[in-house]
Design a protein. Structure first.
Length: 64
């Protein structure tokens, strides 16, 4: 399992509902609603890293 995925599983997602998060090297480096702006900033700051991007669903969302 990757460092970013492990960090995602352990992340407290309570206050992040309906937001995007970006993880780099196991640390959350960005969160918000505008994924394009976030990715632009993260790619400039970490040009050699591959960011892990996820959208945190609403607590009431059911995934089947």
């Amino acid at each position: 399992m990757s460092k970013n995925f492990e960090a995602f599983l352990e992340l407290d997602k309570k206050d992040l509902e309906n937001q995007y998060i970006i993880l780099v090297n196991g640390k959350m480096v960005a969160k918000g609603f505008d994924i394009e702006k976030m990715l632009t900033r993260v790619r400039k700051k970490y040009p050699k890293a591959t960011p892990f991007v996820a959208k945190i669903p609403d607590e009431r969302m059911m995934v089947l």
